[in-house]
Design a protein around this ligand. Structure first.
Ligand code: FAD
Length: 375
């Protein structure tokens, strides 16, 4: 069925990037359609620690995470495989909020302002300077511009023949909420052989535990419970956590095939934001802030450029690519390097000894994976 209207911008995916972009563009009178495959609210595999850098921008969109009880987090703890612990203050700090609440908050802010369609996008076709977007429910939508905000991995990546989608990746992630006595103002990152696990509080007073590991480490055990007992619990902090924390989900959520490969910010004329443009290693705790930040830079750039009397699609694509790379490429590179080090116990131990001798190193590294306040 063809829908007669042509939208200025069609956004595929209503995670944080897509929702923030929809809100920003609609506030500036652009005709936006957001297509999302899942209803709200829903849980997502995520560490649920958000860098404070996004707070001023969210406020400008009318979103205040603290109004639903997000926890203010100012302290960071990291332990190595043996349980040696380093503590530091977070340069900017952040907040703890479940994706269940955070995504739904943005959704509630847009639902009366933006046209929303709940369905899975199947195909995106570009011809004669226009897009046709076809969903699994056989709806056909027309738009002048399409924004890809569909996350780290999607059927759209296959449809668009993106290079990274054909490469196998070693990463999987597990997440669940727990009842456990944990400090409100702290985010912890505990390393174990083959991965790391983040702990932080959410607005519901639950503790979110989310870990990233490799299929290679996991496959020997085959089930989550044994893996947590045999591998994660070699780290004494994780042992104490998994022995005493009461699980609140029927079973943990899992995702696989997580790719940290390089992607392009514009592909087949689709402007990518959030994880669709590039995923930073989760240990940096900056993916959500980057998703929201990329929605901001795309929206501002798009609004400004399309106000001009004449502009070409090619110019927009080239300039957005430059802007995205200038803002995020270095952070992704630093994240890749830190991840590389943490997965080698010997290198981690050397890093820990150096950071113990020079305590300013840890906050300096954190700064390099984060941005400034987004005003
Ligand atoms: C293990 C792990 C831990 C993490 N921990 C943290 C952390 O503590 N802090 C942090 O800041 N970041 C963290 N991140 C990163 C963070 O989760 C992401 O960067 C963030 O979710 C990106 O938001 P997004 O809007 O780009 O994508 P998403 O939130 O994934 O949203 C994409 C949306 O697109 C929809 N969609 C997909 N395909 C289609 C389709 N074909 N049609 C319609 N809709 C579609 C999906 O349903 C989804 O709602 C972590 C990531 C991982 C993997």
């Amino acid at each position: 069925m063809a829908n007669g209207e042509t939208y200025d911008v069609l956004i595929i995916g209503g995670g944080l990037a897509g929702l923030a972009c929809a809100l920003h563009l609609s506030k500036n009178n652009r005709k936006v359609l957001l297509v999302e495959k899942q209803q709200y609210p829903h849980h997502k595999v995520c560490g649920e620690y958000v860098s404070m850098e996004v707070v001023p921008y969210l406020k400008s969109l009318g979103i205040d995470p603290f109004s639903v009880g997000a926890k203010r987090i100012g302290n960071f703890e990291i332990s190595n495989h043996k349980g040696q612990l380093l503590k530091t203050k977070l340069p900017l700090g952040g907040f703890g909020i479940s994706r269940y609440a955070f995504d739904a908050m943005l959704y509630n802010a847009i639902k009366d302002k933006v046209t929303l369609h709940f369905d899975t996008v199947d195909t995106v076709q570009y011809h004669d300077n226009h897009f046709e977007v076809i969903t699994q429910g056989k709806e056909v939508f027309k738009a002048d511009y399409v924004v890809g905000a569909y996350g780290k991995r999607s059927n759209i990546d296959v449809d668009q023949h993106r290079k990274f989608i054909t490469e196998k990746t070693p990463w999987l992630a597990v997440k669940a909420h727990y009842e456990y006595d944990f400090k409100d103002d702290t985010v912890a990152l505990h390393n174990f052989n083959g991965g790391y696990c983040g702990l932080s509080k959410t607005e519901m007073d639950t503790v979110n535990a989310c870990y990233l590991t490799t299929y290679k480490s996991f496959k020997e055990f085959g089930n989550i419970e044994d893996f947590q007992k045999q591998v994660l619990s070699k780290n004494p902090y994780l042992k104490e956590f998994f022995q005493n924390a009461k699980p609140l989900f029927k079973k943990p959520l899992t995702i696989g095939q997580i790719s940290f490969d390089k992607k392009l910010p514009v592909e087949n004329h689709i402007f990518m934001i959030g994880d669709s443009a590039g995923l930073i290693h989760p240990l940096c705790g900056n993916g959500m802030a980057m998703a929201i930040h990329s929605a901001k830079i795309f929206s501002e750039f798009f609004l400004k450029s399309t106000k001009k009397e004449s502009y070409s699609r090619l110019d927009l694509e080239t300039q957005y690519t430059q802007l995205w790379n200038k803002t995020f490429s270095n952070r992704l590179k630093v994240g890749r390097n830190i991840q590389g080090m943490l997965l080698h116990p010997k290198a981690t131990n050397v890093g820990f000894s150096v950071a113990k001798m020079f305590p300013s190193i840890l906050p300096a590294i954190i700064k390099r994976t984060h941005g400034e306040l987004l005003v």
